[in-house]
Design a protein around this ligand. Sequence first.
Ligand code: NAD
Length: 374
Amino acid sequence: MAREAREGESRVAMVPELVGKLTALGYEVAVEPDAGRHALITDEDYADAGAVIDAAALDGADVVVSVQPLGTDRIRLLRSGAATVSFLPTGQEPEVVAALRDAGVTSFAMELVPRISRAQSMDALSSQALVSGYRCAIVAAGMLRRFFPLNMTAAGTVPPAEVVVLGAGVAGLQAIATAKRLGAVVKAYDVRAAAAEEIRSMGAHAIDLELDTLEGAGGYAREMTEERAALQMERLTPYVAAADALITTAAVPGRKAPVLVTRAMVEQMRPGSVVVDLAAESGGNVEGAEPGEVVRIGNAQVWGGRNVPSQMPGPASKLYAQNIVNIVTLMTASTDDGGAFAPDFDDEIVAGSCVTHAGEIRHEPTRQAMEGAH
Ligand code: NAD
């Protein structure tokens, strides 16, 4: 397992509790020194679990697991035929994909694992979105200088905070659940047809804007037309203006995050209001939000998310490591002397998540974007 080299990345791809699962499959597990430091895991914890602490862990490794993709300098040091399993945003990082291809490395991208039921236990987008959604609600509660719950006391009644959540996918639903548990009155909106029922099942109010729903492939949202986007903004404005806290989590796969809330809409919020934009890093749902910063717009403090799962590195790493163990298990064939990493490219999950193999880019959209049509 690699030590994460990117600034701000506190997670790790393997946790001591799960090292035994890999050794049981027949692997020797080598961990780079200090790899777990930011997730509060010591080298001794890994060693006690049966891993070897080795500064040269990547040299000659069959499989390298990490959260972020390895840097191009480290990829060039891998042996040809080695495999990497990590997040790998192919659209944003073509130079990493090219290095993997040219080094003859077989690479798998966790964000490309198909969202079919057999792959649920390997779905790192979902496991990390769960962490982000929770964290968003906690950040909003922490920034808001008032109670989330209703308080009825001898000294009088304090009304509950009103929280509006836009986007009710995995992260949004977790934000709703968390804000509800803290006692806020929660209203939420999502463009997908199934979302209203899911919002209600969390005990929140599903906002009905009387607009068409936008269902795309694989249960995802589709992009809005400009006209629909304008109408959605207009109809959302009174909900945003009335919110004490606004949490936005909307995304459309493979696209920039849709702008759902303009600066003018935020300016209508009351003094002391807070806005938490989980999508700030991918373009932002809220106009003016900055990833990793709190900016002031009108009366509101606007918090922009930046690598939000990394802000809770312990649980985020544990969930991610379980996803990694499950996908590595799928790609391990049992042999006479234990197990061997032998991905079966006829398997939908293996084929779907593979980016490079044997000197070629296997993920067709990435190949076309980088090499053009054949
Ligand atoms: P996501 O991160 O791509 O998007 C987050 C949410 O934003 C989605 O619910 C989307 O509908 C919403 N959104 C997009 N544009 C919007 C707009 N203009 N206004 C309001 N909301 C907007 O999505 P996700 O959380 O990864 O998952 C989306 C769906 O996929 C959910 O239904 C989820 O349950 C499903 N899912 C299925 C599996 C599986 O079957 N294995 C796994 C995970 C998620």
